[in-house]
Design a protein around this ligand. Structure first.
Ligand SMILES: [Fe+2]
Ligand SMILES: [Fe+2]
Length: 323
């Protein structure tokens, strides 16, 4: 993950053992260049892991974010390692967005760049699908859910042969679709058990809240905003905020509805356990089929169905794709 001739921005340590105890030795300071000489030392000694201080996590992910194109084009890295970088960059980026969205301090170019590089990875690496899926987290936090949606959206969009521009717009909308939840009190968001009617009314404001937070930002496309405002609209007109239906809902809105429900069902939420992908598709078909655009739902099943039996959750909350 370290790109030659860059400054990492945080101190890197080597781990050794002294009398059976681990000991960490400074290897490269954050403000020094990580050059070929240092890389050579690591290769020579067969060292493939370095350590950082936990306080430097964010600095390191920012470094990965800056170097994502280099990381993704590095032929020495496996698809899995690249997926790690894609996922971790998205994680720190999305957390930051959710913290700062209300204060206007969000640079949407960073989101768009992440989407752009992730698309490049998906289009150029045939193992991207399984390795990215194995990274999608199955604990329900707004940020992990947002990353899952963007990753699923891009993979499904590719299956539907959407062009690169469309994937960019759609993936950006998916990553940002729930930003309005920053305005929902956390007690309601994470409430175990059923929501009261009033609490549900509060939740229902999040698409409009997200739209308002984003609409005046530079560089956000109208089509990305469609995902934000329409991802809870149902095809039969029973959704919110506007209760529009059928073709009144933009293609991206209809797509996001399917993927949003799928991710919610397959994810461990505060009020319910998770379902396996096959059971999730079944639940969607049997319990709420009228909410979805049938043609798109069929496509979603054919996109995911053959793979759904391969997606196994482990106890660590991670989905593994059997190869
Ligand atoms: Fe939502
Ligand atoms: Fe959502």
């Amino acid at each position: 993950m370290l790109v030659e001739d860059t400054e990492v921005g945080c101190d890197l340590y080597l781990r050794s053992h002294v009398n059976g105890y681990p000991r960490y030795v400074l290897f490269c300071r954050g403000d020094e260049q990580f050059g070929s000489d240092r890389k050579g030392v690591l290769l020579e000694r067969n060292i493939d892991k370095l350590y950082i201080l936990s306080k430097d996590y964010n600095n390191f992910f920012k470094y990965q974010e800056r170097n994502l194109p280099n990381i993704l084009s590095n032929n020495n890295l496996s698809s899995r390692e690249k997926s790690h970088a894609v996922y971790h960059v998205a994680k720190s980026l999305t957390k930051e967005i959710l913290q700062d969205i209300s204060t206007a301090g969000v640079d949407l170019d960073r989101v768009k760049n992440w989407v752009k590089y992730t698309i490049g990875f998906i289009l150029n690496d045939e193992n991207a699908f399984s390795s990215l899926l194995s990274m999608t987290s199955h604990d329900y936090y707004t940020y992990t859910h947002s990353i899952n949606l963007s990753v699923f959206g891009l993979l499904f969009g590719k299956h539907l042969s959407l062009g690169t521009d469309s994937l960019n717009t759609f993936g950006t909308g998916m990553l940002l679709h729930d930003v309005g939840k920053v305005e929902v009190p956390i007690e309601i968001l994470n409430k175990p058990g059923k929501l009261t009617k009033d609490e549900f009314e509060v939740i229902k404001r999040h698409p409009e809240a997200g739209y308002k937070l984003l609409k005046d930002k530079e560089n956000i496309e109208e089509k990305s905003l469609k995902v934000v405002i329409q991802h809870h609209e149902n095809f039969d007109g029973t959704g919110y905020p506007y209760g529009i239906g059928g073709d009144e809902i933009d293609l991206y809105g209809r797509l996001s509805r399917i993927i949003d429900v799928y991710d919610a069902i397959t994810t461990k939420r505060s009020y319910a356990g998770s379902r396996n992908p096959f059971a999730a598709l079944q639940e969607m078909r049997e319990g709420m089929i009228s909410c979805f655009d049938m043609e798109l739902f069929k496509e979603f099943v054919s996109f995911l169905g053959p793979r759904s039996s391969q997606i196994i959750k482990d106890d660590g909350g991670i989905v593994c794709l059997k190869t």
